[in-house]
Design a protein around this ligand. Structure first.
Ligand SMILES: Cc1cc2nc3c(=O)[nH]c(=O)nc-3n(C[C@H](O)[C@H](O)[C@H](O)COP(=O)(O)OP(=O)(O)OC[C@H]3O[C@@H](n4cnc5c(N)ncnc54)[C@H](O)[C@@H]3O)c2cc1C
Length: 411
């Protein structure tokens, strides 16, 4: 076993945040971050929003500035993924053959786009979307407008990319398996709200519909065929049908896997001295007593911090209320809570959908379990407090915008 050497496999938000936290908390041992991508660790939310729209540069997406690593004695090995981990020998092997001993290992390998076996998916003009390079490529395709874009997938990323494509003045057709986009996540009423927002901006939906093939000419995509018999002309086809946790290393090493790497609230896996954080981790949440795997920015940020503290021997737990956000056209949405506790529960609304400014609350047995704010600022703190307090609320007051939310939070 290496003497006090923390190795972090995965150079994304969770991995880089863990390195940053280790140094901020005074860890004096060796730290190595191994990233499969050639790029200094960056955050992904801007890739489908302000960076794609040309409103932000790549540096603003860095988790920490590039020179932070050297200044803080953190070794950053980029462009060669970890290809094998050996928990018994406390050893990782990189694809280029380098071997590193570790005292603690954090797996922060994230997630990768789900693929679909679609005829024509390899044609030029067809792409998946996860990385900064994907965003640069798509920006060059969308800029200038006038292209026909077919989006396969009506989840958060599909909807954000559709908004960006439309904002650039392209024609956008969006296919999804659901009757209403996002309805599995936020229910039909609010899903319809997002659909209308997009339709008002000219996005054309095909729901429910799936792509059965992509046609091409001279190696380039020209159209997407649907299961409803339509032929949608296309210059650009984006496949955004969700992600799968990147568990390959953990699986090969025999770690317990269940919808991601199974970890406890301190983010410890089933193998000694191996932790997991971010999109790849399915972590026990003390609030629900169940495991949750989140594919959101805040989970990677908080998970990176907790993993670092755990590796330093602190009694850390990932117990914050989950949070995520999205920006689409002029809409800015923030969500705190536990989506798994909201299934089948219609939300109550504070404010007005028609006026485009509201909060949707989901309640179970009188307690708030999730709250989604649209175009409202500074409300997420009381929403999180309402959720974590587990105290039944007066729905009449909750839905009355005249009653400040802070007044509903006990203590
Ligand atoms: C386009 C886009 C927009 C998003 N927008 C939002 C948003 O608006 N709000 C929100 O809350 N969330 C958003 N998310 C989700 C959020 O970005 C993710 O939850 C977050 O990136 C997860 O961080 P991570 O560090 O766990 O994984 P990742 O960011 O995926 O980083 C993991 C890194 O590990 C690398 N890796 C994989 N295998 C290995 C290996 N064997 N060895 C070394 N390195 C390896 C990968 O290449 C990758 O660079 C968005 C995601 C995308 C793709």
């Amino acid at each position: 076993m290496a003497n006090e050497h923390i190795v972090i496999a995965g150079g994304g938000l969770a991995g880089a945040t863990a390195a940053k936290t280790l140094r901020a908390e005074g860890y004096g041992g060796d730290v190595t971050v191994v990233g499969a991508e050639h790029r200094t660790p960056y955050i992904r939310p801007p890739l489908s929003k302000e960076f794609l729209l040309g409103k932000a540069d790549a540096d603003s997406a860095l988790v920490v500035p590039g020179d932070w690593y050297g200044e803080n004695d953190v070794e950053l090995l980029l462009g060669s993924p970890v290809s094998r981990i050996d928990p018994d020998g406390h050893l990782v092997t990189l694809a280029d053959g380098r071997r590193l001993g570790y005292s603690k290992l954090l797996l922060a390998t994230g997630a990768r786009p789900r693929t679909i076996p679609l005829p024509g998916v390899d044609l030029d003009g067809v792409m998946m979307f996860r990385t900064l390079d994907d965003s640069l490529r798509l920006r060059s395709l969308l800029k200038g407008g006038g292209r026909r874009v077919v989006m396969i997938g009506s989840g958060w990323i599909g909807m954000e990319l559709a908004a960006a494509a439309r904002t650039y003045g392209n024609d956008v057709a969006l296919l999804g398996l659901e009757d209403i986009p996002l309805s599995a996540a936020i229910g039909p009423e609010l899903g319809l709200y997002f659909q209308r927002l997009h339709e008002d901006q000219g996005v054309s939906f095909r729901l429910p519909a799936s792509a059965v093939g992509i046609d091409g000419q001279d190696g380039k995509a020209t159209a997407v065929r649907t299961n409803t018999g339509e032929m949608l002309p296309a210059d650009v086809v984006i496949v955004a049908v969700g992600v799968v946790p990147d568990t390959a290393l953990a699986e090969a090493a025999g770690l317990e896997i269940r919808n991601g790497i199974l970890v406890d609230a301190g983010l410890w896996s089933s193998a000694p001295d191996v932790l997991a954080a971010g999109d790849v981790a399915n972590a026990l949440h003390p609030f629900t007593g169940e495991h949750h795997r989140s594919e959101h920015w805040a989970n990677a940020l908080n998970g990176g911090k907790v993993a670092a503290k755990s590796m330093m021997g602190q009694d850390a737990r990932l117990d914050v209320v989950p949070y995520f956000y999205t920006d689409q056209f002029s809409l800015s949405m923030e969500y705190s809570g536990f989506p798994s506790l909201t299934f089948g529960i219609p939300p109550v609304i504070r404010g007005s959908l028609d006026e485009g400014s509201f909060i949707a609350f989901w309640l179970r047995e009188g307690n708030v379990v999730a709250g989604m704010s649209v175009n409202q600022s500074r409300v997420q703190k009381p929403i999180k407090a309402l959720i974590s307090n587990r105290v039944p609320v007066d729905v009449a007051k909750l839905t009355d915008p005249g009653v400040p939310l802070d007044e509903l939070v006990p203590g």
